[in-house]
Design a protein around this ligand. Structure first.
Ligand code: AMP
Length: 363
């Protein structure tokens, strides 16, 4: 057990790290962030910050010596950095979990080995592979880079008239690439489940929520998901099984599609706090951020009871300009991330609307 008063090391300096550091502070922990970004959202609320590249061995060694446990808010931290840190300090989740979740090929194969369904998919490593995969899976299909994709980046839709070779070159820009082609899912809705897991193997999950994306970016999370209870229970069971099989310590967020005939298909997962769990800050007994701190420090996991239903809306790009109206609205809980530069597609804050607190007609 790592008791309050200890220092949590956070890899990555974005809003997920920021909200984790705030939750850690509430429980009496200090947070030391390691990020290449100067004046990051996380560093603004941390006791200490190291601004360095994840390849800077001297900076990593000094960081390892200064913290009691390391977690992360960005899954693309180079594996070598995690291995190096783990020689000195517990790293939770560990490099093994990240090897699976940072690569769509490993991730989908892992999920399918558990007997859990995904969209039909093929690994592809060349334009010819893409051609064969589209032949096998049909159109439309989606070509996705295996690594480093987020918010729809690194994806190309293969329509009836798309040229697979052109799509391959567009995605890779001529560089060698691992990717997947997956069948297009005509889904009824998108959902996600977040599970927390402790070093002793105890787990606690959050309820299934519904996610609406606009331009491939999460726009809105509706709590609870408007689906049949049996489907929600199946999704929660799937997320719990994956978390256990991965042996993750910390959080695991699993994004899923619900098909029109009621099947649950895993799309992707992330071993960190997730945008679709931001509502837990305001409408849950224990937020996902506090739960992450509890899990990585070996404290008992907190209750995930929900005093009310909620809708979380992201404030993306110039939507952040709505803050004067939101900060004054009854039933609205406003969170801003301290990012100075407003750019299209950039997540700058979110607002959680609490049902029953002057807000009835949501979702
Ligand atoms: P991803 O980066 O895999 O989460 O994809 C981003 C978004 O693209 C998803 O949330 C879906 O809205 C959409 N999408 C991704 N894969 C598929 C698919 N196979 N079929 C239909 N829509 C998809």
């Amino acid at each position: 057990m790592i008791p309050p008063g200890a220092t949590l090391g956070m890899l990555g300096g974005g809003q997920l790290g920021r909200m984790t550091a705030l939750a850690a502070a509430r429980l009496g922990y200090r947070t030391h962030v390691f990020t290449p970004e100067p004046d990051s959202p996380c560093a603004q609320v941390c006791a200490e910050a190291t601004v360095a590249e994840f390849t800077d061995h001297a900076a990593l060694a000094a960081f390892a010596a200064a913290v009691d446990v390391v977690t992360l808010e960005w899954e693309n931290v180079p594996p070598e950095a995690l291995v190096m840190l783990a020689e000195h300090v517990p790293v939770r989740p560990g490099a093994g979990v990240l090897t699976v979740t940072r690569d769509r090929i490993h991730e989908k194969a892992f999920v399918n080995r558990l007997g859990i369904k995904t969209a039909p998919w093929r690994p592809v490593h060349s334009a010819a592979d893409v051609d064969r995969a589209v032949g096998a899976l049909g159109r439309p299909a989606v070509l996705k880079a295996a690594r480093l994709g987020y918010d729809g980046k690194g994806q190309v839709l293969l329509r009836a008239d798309s040229d697979p070779t052109a799509a391959w070159h567009h995605l890779g820009g001529g560089n060698p690439l691992d990717a997947v082609v997956e069948g297009f899912v005509d889904y009824a809705c998108e959902i996600s489940v977040i599970v927390a897991r402790s070093p002793d193997g105890s787990q606690r999950g959050y309820p299934t929520v519904e996610n609406q994306h606009e331009h491939h970016i999460l726009a809105r999370t509706i709590v609870p998901a408007r689906i049949a209870p049996a489907i929600a229970a199946e999704a929660e069971n799937i997320a719990a099984r994956i978390a256990e099989a991965l042996g993750v310590v910390g959080l695991l967020a699993v994004e899923m599609f619900v098909t029109r005939d009621g099947q649950v298909l895993v799309n992707e997962m992330a071993p960190r706090p997730h945008n679709s769990g931001h509502w837990t800050l305001d409408a849950c007994a224990t937020s996902q951020f506090e739960q992450l701190v509890r899990a990585v420090c070996g404290l008992p996991l907190g209750p995930t009871d929900r005093p009310c239903d909620a809708v979380m809306e992201n404030l993306i790009g110039d939507q952040v300009g709505r803050w004067p109206e939101l900060v004054a609205a009854p039933g609205a809980r406003l969170h801003l991330y301290g990012k100075r530069e407003v750019r299209a597609g950039r997540k700058l804050g979110h607002v959680t609307w609490l049902k029953g607190f002057g807000v009835e007609a949501l979702g």
